[in-house]
Design a protein around this ligand. Structure first.
Ligand code: 9D3
Length: 265
């Protein structure tokens, strides 16, 4: 995978390329990464990339000429790449889009700054527009890093432990099960015995149950829309029966009355 990033702050990426899985992916040539400084494509003496908005108002707008020239230079470096503008108006990034982007051989990211880019940088020059969420950043650079990070770990051979990307949280619509490592007891809390049993089938079942419980507690919305399997239904029904039993014995102990009208204890 070849990534080309267009930005007025290429230095922001210098350390990004140098750590962890991204660094390893570059060293093993799974990915190839470069930046183009949009400022280098400004023709004027001061290499200006922004200007005041037509119609007035606060803030600055990214000038179209340097950006268009930079995009055309990126096309030379990565001819097959879709050109992706990072913008708050884009489609919301998620794991599905990460997977989709990982299928390309090359990707070009265009990082806007200021209040936005001149609107004439449009369909002729840009193939896709992506946002990383509904909050306001100061520019597209961090968004590009987020996407490059998520796409890189989708590339086979980038994760060391083969191929964790498939098992990832969200990939199967559930949050991850709980994880533990040594020591066996930390601050009085022991690791669940089953994980030390060596019984792989039981461990798999425990992990599924853990994943289901964490998803129910933290992200019930994910469970709502998940296509549940037979095992998962069985676990959820088991919990449902337990909760019903608890409520039944509560009602027996306190005398039957309409739910929601219990006295404060
Ligand atoms: C008040 C109007 N703002 C729109 C929400 C203008 C504006 C603010 C900040 C326009 C651009 C930006 C800079 N943000 C990005 O370039 C950006 C971004 C973001 O702010 N949030 C989530 N995803 C992204 S991708 C690029």
């Amino acid at each position: 995978m070849k990534f080309v990033v267009l930005t007025i702050f290429p230095e922001m990426f210098a350390s990004f390329w140098e750590y962890g899985i991204i660094r390893k992916a570059i060293e093993t040539e799974k990915i190839l990464a470069s930046t183009l400084n949009i400022r280098d494509f400004a023709e004027d003496r001061h290499q200006v990339t922004d200007d005041r908005p037509y119609g007035g108002g606060s803030g600055m707008v990214m000038k179209p000429e340097p950006l268009a020239a930079a995009i055309r230079a990126a096309e030379q470096k990565a001819p097959s790449a879709p050109k992706i503008l990072l913008t708050p108006q884009g489609r919301g990034f998620n794991q599905k889009i990460a997977h989709e982007l990982a299928a390309f051989e090359e990707l070009v990211f265009v990082c806007g700054r200021y209040e936005g880019v001149d609107d004439r940088i449009d369909h002729d020059l840009i193939d896709d527009e992506i946002s990383i969420g509904d909050y306001v950043l100061t520019g597209g650079e961090l968004a590009a890093m987020v996407i490059i990070d998520a796409v890189t770990r989708q590339i086979p051979g980038t994760l060391g432990g083969e191929d964790a990307a498939e098992k990832d949280s969200f990939a199967d619509g559930l949050l991850e099960h709980a994880h533990y490592t040594r020591p066996h007891v930390f601050e009085g809390k022991a690791v669940p015995d089953i994980l030390l049993s060596g019984h792989h089938e039981k461990i798999d079942n425990w992990r599924l149950e853990s994943a289901l419980m964490r998803t129910l507690m933290k992200r019930a919305d994910l469970l709502q829309k998940k296509d549940l399997g037979a095992k998962e239904i069985r676990i959820l029904k088991k919990w449902s029966r337990r909760i019903e039993d608890i409520l039944k014995s509560y009602h027996r102990a306190h005398g039957e009355r309409r739910e929601g009208t219990e006295k404060k204890s």
